[in-house]
Design a protein around this ligand. Structure first.
Ligand SMILES: Cc1cc2nc3c(=O)[nH]c(=O)nc-3n(C[C@H](O)[C@H](O)[C@H](O)COP(=O)(O)OP(=O)(O)OC[C@H]3O[C@@H](n4cnc5c(N)ncnc54)[C@H](O)[C@@H]3O)c2cc1C
Length: 381
């Protein structure tokens, strides 16, 4: 029986491990953390009884019916609609910026058409926007940009919005109706028993051995017929071409009785407030009831080598460095890179799972036909 090593027990590694085990492979899954689930890890907080999303709130949303069916085999998903609020200049508004936000902000009672006309009037006539700021000004004008986009973007990415590409804002980031459902996907929910429970079940197979608290390096790879790496691409090559840029997050815990902020996520748009948002985790499980509460202030900053990488930056310099790592990876034998860290891309959970399913299917087919296995199943650039 062929043996496969999978680096990382997040959704990428767990889905590949599950499908390979079902097909008869012997699989070892190793993760350097002491728990399963990667960045989707959830645990029940002892003091409050609340299910906590350790690395920031995770809401499952997708249009991919196959992925939705797949995850529903391992969990009971409770319906959940992500409704985010933001505090700007001491006032609370609804996000994404919608008709309610516009009417409240400008103290109007516009109809959808009137609001669209008003925004068209106040937006700035910039012909070919060269950066994020110009693109936002062209779409929404300076008042909405300053209030809802500028400060938050600066805090999140640590750079002035004029240094970010205009492509970040592909479409008009406003809604001319009262729809405050953050996501536009057909399926949306949160698993009743958390995400770690799904990962546990994916890995619960007699041909899968899980090793937690174990860091895998390139020299461990030769003991296996094939290795899937869902850890960072640059770390795998000992940062020989430099460090790919990420943003990391710091979480400051808040404990209280009852209800701390009355909603799951409250953003803070003002640059003068050092954190980007506060998430109160009991509100991600409205079907539960708890007397105590736990919330987290979230701070974004540049990621050092010893920090947890969260959001890949992927600006021009990072992409040039990424190309060097892609070239190195293509010279490897019997190794594939998967997931958000292995391909240095931001991936939602549904995309992560879809790509992992496709990678496993491709690997199994290649193995049966004696064909080479791709180093990347999806092009990282
Ligand atoms: C703040 C935040 C909020 C998010 N919210 C949502 C959301 O609401 N909805 C949504 O769909 N998606 C969300 N996501 C995206 C989601 O977190 C990812 O889709 C998912 O975590 C990707 O899984 P993965 O397995 O590729 O990576 P990971 O979850 O990072 O798993 C990789 C694992 O590999 C381990 N590892 C790395 N290197 C090594 C090594 N050398 N040896 C051993 N182990 C190693 C890591 O420690 C980690 O446990 C969010 C992401 C962030 C950052």
């Amino acid at each position: 029986m062929k043996s496969v090593l999978i680096v990382g027990a997040g959704f990428s590694g767990a889905v590949v491990a599950h499908l390979l085990a079902l097909d008869g492979f012997n699989v070892v899954v190793a993760d350097d953390r002491d728990h399963l689930g990667g960045n989707c890890h959830t645990y029940r907080d002892d003091a409050s009884g609340v299910m906590v999303h350790k690395y920031g709130p995770h809401i499952f949303h997708t249009d991919d019916a196959e992925v939705w069916d797949f995850v529903n085999r391992f969990a009971t998903f409770k319906p959940y609609v992500n409704r985010v609020k933001t505090t700007v200049g001491g006032t609370v508004y609804s996000l994404p910026v919608n008709l309610h936000t516009i009417n409240q902000f400008f103290d109007k009672s516009f109809s959808p058409d009137q609001a669209a006309e008003f925004i068209a009037d106040i937006s700035e006539g910039i012909e070919s926007p060269q950066n994020f700021e110009e693109q936002a000004l062209a779409f929404v004008g300076s008042d909405l940009y300053e209030a809802f986009f500028k400060g938050y973007t600066k805090k999140q990415w640590g750079v002035d919005p004029v240094e970010l590409p205009s492509s970040i804002l592909k479409r008009l980031p406003l809604r001319f109706n009262y729809n405050d459902n953050y996501f536009a996907h057909r399926f949306q929910g949160i698993p009743e028993e958390g995400y770690t429970h799904i990962i546990e079940q994916l890995l619960d197979h007699s041909s899968i051995k899980v090793e937690l608290g174990k860091t895998i390096s390139r020299s461990d790879a030769s003991d296996f017929d094939h290795v899937f790496v869902s850890g960072p691409l640059d770390a795998w090559f000992d940062y020989s071409k430099g460090e790919l840029g990420y943003r990391t997050l710091d979480f400051e815990e808040i404990r209280a009785e009852g209800d701390f902020q009355g909603c799951a996520v409250m953003n803070y748009g003002d640059e003068s407030v050092p954190y980007t948002r506060i998430s109160e985790h009991k509100h991600f499980a409205p079907w539960e009831s708890h007397d105590k509460t736990i919330a987290f202030k979230e701070y974004s900053r540049a990621c050092g080598r010893d920090d947890i990488p969260y959001y890949p930056i992927r600006l021009v310099n990072e992409k040039a460095m990424l190309q060097k790592y892609i070239d190195l990876a293509r010279n490897e034998k019997n190794i594939s890179f998967i997931g958000r860290l292995g391909t240095y891309r931001y991936l939602d959970m549904d995309v992560t799972i879809r790509e992992a399913m496709d990678a496993a299917i491709c690997f199994i087919a290649a193995d049966k036909k004696g064909l080479p296995v791709p180093v990347f199943f999806v092009e990282p650039l």
